[in-house]
Design a protein around this ligand. Structure first.
Ligand SMILES: NC(=O)c1ccc[n+]([C@@H]2O[C@H](COP(=O)([O-])OP(=O)(O)OC[C@H]3O[C@@H](n4cnc5c(N)ncnc54)[C@H](OP(=O)(O)O)[C@@H]3O)[C@@H](O)[C@H]2O)c1
Length: 228
């Protein structure tokens, strides 16, 4: 299986590279030129294509012949970065490729999510701050996901909870709507977020789903497992 990881040098990206290599996948990674050295630990084991992760020509080149594309959607700046990335993947990935995208709980597919107060507060503060310094554009990730949801590709949008570092606890559990009791703990190990993204490549039940995930050892996940 040949896969492309867009945003390979970030924290999530590096975890995904390792999970993919553990499965014997051939990996092509795109990362910004200045970040190539962050991938030194994988030298000789992956192909790196340096470039902006919204550069259409770079994405076209990197996804050619891939069975799957893992995209870290990041709404940096005010240049529609995430939308540009998503659109290029939708346009250029091979027709049958599995496309897996990362984003946060603030993305809603059907408007039926109920965000925890902490997330609502965080969003309010971020929107206020970015009116002064436009370092990030929350609506850019919303637009990117709107386009993905409307596409006829084999997509999955994985909506991450708050993240923490630490040893893997196993594959996170998921639910369709933020606000569902199983998600209440709102915490996932970042390494396991990467695991969910990579496992999704082979999980056709996740096609056209936007799973909101939480760690499988999080109290809310354990409580739901006990009820069942
Ligand atoms: N952090 C959280 O708590 C959280 C929670 C839920 C969901 N998520 C989702 O998880 C994904 C990644 O999150 P993460 O926190 O683990 O971050 P991450 O893996 O470190 O990813 C950040 C990515 O953004 C790139 N980047 C950083 N600054 C940039 C800039 N100014 N312009 C362009 N690209 C830039 C990084 O590339 P370089 O290596 O080149 O810097 C890297 O590829 C995102 O889709 C996010 O929505 C995160």
């Amino acid at each position: 299986m040949k896969i492309c990881i867009i945003g390979a040098s970030g924290k999530l990206g590096k975890y995904m590279i390792q999970h993919a290599l553990d499965r014997g996948y051939e990996v092509v990674g795109i990362c910004r030129e200045r970040s190539v050295s962050k991938l030194d630990a994988f030298k000789g084991r992956i192909t790196i294509i340096p470039g902006a992760t919204n550069d259409r020509e770079i994405i076209k080149q990197a996804v050619a012949g891939c069975d799957g594309v893992l995209t870290v959607l990041v709404p940096w700046g005010n240049q529609h970065y995430a939308t540009g990335t998503a659109q290029a993947v939708l346009d250029f990935a091979p027709q049958d490729a599995r496309l897996i995208f990362s984003c946060g709980w603030h993305i809603s597919r059907d408007g039926k999510d109920v965000n925890p107060p902490s997330l609502q507060r965080e969003e309010k503060i971020t929107r206020w701050l970015t009116r002064i310094i436009p370092f990030i554009d929350l609506d850019d990730q919303v637009e990117a996901c709107r386009r993905i949801f409307a596409s006829h590709t084999r997509w999955t949008v994985v909506r991450g909870s708050d993240l923490e570092e630490g040893e893997s606890q196993g594959l996170p559990v998921w639910s369709r709507h933020v606000g569902d009791p199983i998600l209440a703990s709102n915490l996932t190990r970042r390494v396991d977020y990467g695991l969910f993204m990579v496992e999704a490549l082979k999980n056709d039940a996740l096609i056209h789903e936007a799973p909101a995930i939480v760690g499988c050892r999080a109290p809310s996940a354990l409580a739901q497992a006990a009820v069942r």
